[in-house]
Design a protein around this ligand. Structure first.
Ligand code: HEM
Ligand code: HEM
Length: 187
């Protein structure tokens, strides 16, 4: 009888079978969105032309991702990872009991964060655009929404990165590298 090789032994030999999970579009989208968001945030003061261009780029990327969620690769599709309250709570409960399963695609907590990040960036950019219109220029609640949405989204990004580090540690795999190469351990 043959037994499956131990993954820790395989890893030492560099022979761990991997599978492509993130298609190139998702990877380019991800790092472009992160770059556009950070750059727009850092150039926020005064809302100059570069700031606005980067903000529109981030909004364009979010819009593009919504389309890719229907036509992209298997793990890019919303149908593959769309979270629900039941799935989210089930996963969090399993996490608290330190028994959450590994997911090849996005896990339910990560998926909920993805939706929150996409919404956060859309609200930030749209409120930014509103500030530049004649009708809403100088209106306090619009400015306040823009500032709040930008800061809240930044806080969510911090939580997102913390989640990535935690799951990488729990399942002994480098998820950041996976978002660069597209590949993850098969089993
Ligand atoms: C990812 C997208 C964006 C982020 C993260 C972002 C972030 C910020 C931040 C942090 C500020 C400084 C707020 C403050 O402390 O006063 C700011 C200001 C501003 N943003 Fe954005 N922004 C984004 C998109 C946009 C867009 C698309 C526009 C317009 C087309 C825009 C227009 C402005 C303007 C006009 C200000 C200056 C507000 C003022 O002087 O009080 N932003 N933004
Ligand atoms: C502004 C900053 C960021 C934003 C808006 C953002 C947004 C997102 C989004 C939307 C996804 C889903 C990808 C998709 O299916 O299209 C994602 C996944 C991911 N992000 Fe980020 N991200 C940011 C920064 C970062 C940083 C700095 C890191 C690494 C340190 C990171 C690591 C990852 C990883 C590893 C995944 C895949 C998670 C998984 O395995 O389920 N992200 N991010």
């Amino acid at each position: 009888m043959t037994t499956a090789p131990d993954v820790r032994v395989l890893r030492k030999t560099g022979l761990v079978p991997t599978i492509r999970v993130w298609d190139p579009v998702v990877r380019v989208f991800h790092w472009s969105l992160a770059g556009a968001f950070f750059a727009a945030y850092l150039l926020g003061d005064g809302g100059g032309a570069w700031h606005q261009a980067l903000g529109y780029a981030a909004l364009g990327l979010v819009g593009f991702r919504l389309v890719w969620g229907f036509v992209g690769g298997r793990y890019a599709r919303f149908a593959n990872f769309m979270p629900s309250p039941a799935k989210f709570l089930g996963y969090v409960r399993a996490m608290l009991a330190r028994g959450e399963p590994r997911h090849l695609g996005h896990n339910p907590a990560g998926a909920a964060m993805i939706i929150a990040l996409l919404v956060g960036i859309a609200v930030t950019s749209i409120s930014g655009w509103m500030m530049t219109t004649d009708a809403l220029w100088g209106v306090a609640w619009v400015q306040g929404t823009h500032e709040w949405a930008a800061n809240l989204t930044l806080a969510l990004v911090g939580l997102h990165v913390a989640g990535v580090i935690y799951v990488s540690w729990r399942h002994r795999e480098n998820l950041v590298r996976a978002m660069l190469t597209g590949r993850k351990r098969a089993g």
